[in-house]
Design a protein around this ligand. Structure first.
Ligand code: HEC
Length: 156
């Protein structure tokens, strides 16, 4: 994973959120919402790839990379609520409608997940392997905590 992707991928998502956000309040047109949905799914894929990097680099004891990947997860996770505006469920999306009846809860889970990712980064900066493993396990649980209530099962 090159530096460009590490730095620019999360920056892109945040930028996309900032650009899309103002248009939510003023009549959310379908094209914008479809775009947000695509960014949401891509963001999830990026989070997933960064999780794999945390795992791989922890094994290699490359804590600088572990910290970078964890920081990326923190940034991307914090953006999830902004990438989940009402009406952004199209086609094969797996987002559940419950997101919008319990948006505060959904947002809190995203915030907590981002905080745990920052804890992983801190543990990595301290080169504390057991703390990295422990916080990483908590981070994985936090994905499930959101997916269980708010993501539909994969269609076969
Ligand atoms: C606050 C809620 C929330 C958190 C936290 C969260 N996710 Fe998700 N995730 C979702 C939702 C909602 C979807 C479905 C998006 C859609 O299909 O529109 C999703 C979809 C995904 C997908 C499927 C993407 C695809 O290709 O369709 C992956 C992979 C994923 N998440 C990984 C993760 C990982 C790894 C974490 C934890 C580090 C995580 N997510 C944390 C809400 C969350």
């Amino acid at each position: 994973m090159g530096t460009w992707k590490r730095v620019c991928a999360p920056a892109f998502v945040v930028l996309a959120a900032v650009v899309f956000l103002p248009s939510f309040s003023a009549g959310q047109d379908e094209q914008t919402l479809r775009g947000v949905q695509r960014v949401r799914v891509r963001t999830m894929k990026s989070i997933s790839r960064a999780m794999r990097r945390v795992k791989v680099y922890t094994k290699k004891a490359n804590y600088e990379r572990v910290a970078a990947a964890a920081e990326e997860i923190a940034l991307l996770s914090a953006a999830i609520p902004y990438l989940s505006p009402k009406g952004s469920a199209f086609g094969k999306t797996r987002i559940k409608a419950e997101v919008w009846s319990r948006f505060d809860d959904y947002s809190k889970i995203a915030r907590d997940s981002a905080q745990i990712a920052r804890d992983v980064a801190k543990a990595a900066q301290a080169k504390d392997k057991s703390a990295v493993l422990k916080t990483f396990s908590a981070l994985s649980d936090s994905c499930t905590q959101c997916h269980k209530p708010y993501r539909k099962k994969k269609r076969k």
